[in-house]
Design a protein around this ligand. Sequence first.
Ligand code: GLV
Ligand code: MG
Length: 317
Amino acid sequence: MAAVGRPRRSCLAVPGSSVKMLGKAQGLPADQVFLDLEDAVAPLAKSDARKNIVAALNEGDWTGKTRVVRVNDLTTPWTYRDVIDVVEGAGANLDCVMLPKVQDAVQVQWLDLTLTQLEKTLGLQVGRIGIEAQIENAAGLVNVDAIAAASPRVETIVFGPADFMASINMRSLMVGGLIPDYPGDPYHYILMRLLMAARMHDKQAIDGPFLQIRDVDAFREAAKRSAALGFDGKWVLHPGQIEAANEVYSPAQADYDHAELILDAYEHYTSAAGGKLGAVMLGDEMIDEASRKMALVIAAKGRAAGMTRTSTFTPPG
Ligand code: GLV
Ligand code: MG
């Protein structure tokens, strides 16, 4: 099933230790920001980063952006303090908590229960804060169905390629890019596995970072591969990657127009006035109920991206 929720074509990583970047990110055209307490923040800077993030969420202008904080993973001593400080300090100005290196459903349930406790104590609406589950190791991938189903708060399944590559001993340092020794896409299985779990449970599927931040063409190629499979968006690490992600994860104008046309034509032809037909020709193409479902996916993505159609369907008369 197509998961359409908050737009997340571009998910911008912002280190919580950098007050400057927390400020700058607010003016960038990313669909989502995630303010990081995990791997972009040194252990000795975690405590200050929590304070910076609370201040940035409460005092910044994040209009139009989904606001996410990535906490540390549950094998560290920091996770509970991350969640408590951020939600107590800025729970009303936070949309999701991202849990990295998720290994099983219990970890998601821990976060769900902790958020519920905090929301009840703080008088916040219970269940409003969502969860992003980042899959970064073999255990997480093997358990991804249970992870996606672990809580209604889960909104996304996110790929973490760098940690994942380390977890499975992949012999490359080229995160997110193709590997010359492998005659295919080394991430294909992982991406498809994540996508199946996400779609089965009606969650969004988000691709991870591409580290060669100055090579926007290479970023675009990597993004196109997961977009072609059906992913909803990708992390961006640099302002230069944002426009490319917004473009790649939106339908092309011609595809969007075509999808809207199929929906209108199908509605007309299946109606009494249109002849109660199930399978009909639209130009040179035969369309039926499955075409409508495919068109709905593209149309929904286009509408979520704020696209305007440039053609209309005129019933033959
Ligand atoms: C992101 O967290 C990654 O490990 O790629
Ligand atoms: Mg990681």
